[in-house]
Design a protein around this ligand. Sequence first.
Ligand SMILES: *Cc1c(COP(=O)(O)O)cnc(C)c1O
Length: 410
Amino acid sequence: MSKPMGTIPAGFAADADGMLLVGGRRADALVAQADTPMFVYDLALIDRRIRDFRAAFQDVDLHYAIKANSYQPVLRHVAKQVDGLDVASGGELRLALGAGGDPNVISFAGPGKRDVELEQAIASGITLNCESEGEAERAFAIGDRLGRTPRLAVRVNPDFEIKGSGMRMGGGAKPFGVDAARVPALIRRIRSAGADWRGFHIFAGSQALDPAALIEAQRATVALAAEVSQAAGAAPPLVNLGGGFGIPYFNGERPLDIGAVGAALTETLNGRHAILADSRFAIELGRWLVGEAGVYLTRIVDRKESHGRTFLITDGGMHHQLAASGNFGQVIRRNYPVAIASRFGAEPDEETSIVGCLCTPLDRLADDVMTPRAGPGDLVAIFLAGAYGLSASPQAFLAQHPASEMVVGG
Ligand SMILES: *Cc1c(COP(=O)(O)O)cnc(C)c1O
């Protein structure tokens, strides 16, 4: 019995020869330019996402969480169009600045920032999202030493979480952020130390497809920001509401209805507490902006049979697309949408398993899926490769051929 796969996202078609087109370019022509395995990102699909966001959310800033995809051409393209970049390491900060990111709208979250990273952040004038009281103290000391005023937002560890389907309430111990109850004291300390308090960062989860879960989390987040601000006696310039917008990876999942989320947020913000009257609000997104715009193209090297099953063995694998192999936090392995790029749209006529070239049973790209007949030389496309592909995979594992990256549609 074959297993289902996720739905191929909108924006991909075949030409008259049945060759997959990415951004209007033939997959075989793209890999001829740079070899397989390769990631191709269609900038026009990213632009469409940004437009969709702007249409659904009035007067809410859009930030890009660059860890989803920090390939310079993608980052430069996105940086020009969004209102802020969120980084999570000194390395990402350099990438963001290198891509033309404005320091005034870059913020840096992440537990375990080293002193050199705090220095780099304070010297470049970006905002640090403080993850603890201790980190704030280190930032004051570094600011004094550099003769610069640190710009500090407080990352709040909320007592709620967005879940894929419904929100799980209940306070939790986490290494991220400062427990909400201690935040007012930290804000007072930041202000009395003479630092520039920028507001809040409140991130309650990722990969939500249920608008009701997101709506509820955003309501709770705005309420929490108001409560903590009142307790601190200060109004936050910016409230970063987190993100968590998911994309459908697997069979049966449906795209998030952002129109519903936007309408509800407008209502929530219209009714917000007076202490937030002059605050700006931001949503930070990674995968929702870039995930569907990327395709991972890999070439079939071998086709073989074993105990009645057919394996298509490719020159790519989990060292570039860890998430598609099912080894990036998934509990149960399910199939991402995949296709034989060189026979895109052809009727599937056999059951195959598509695997990578790594010498480990973990390296599976698609299990028992229906595909059109394919063999050595044919190209395989793994969709939803625009986020957490190369940036989140163990490329050095087994010293395999590195993946190339390319943008189209810019
Ligand atoms: C990873 C991360 C994001 C981006 O998550 P996506 O699911 O890709 O949208 C946003 N904010 C913070 C704080 C993160 O750690």
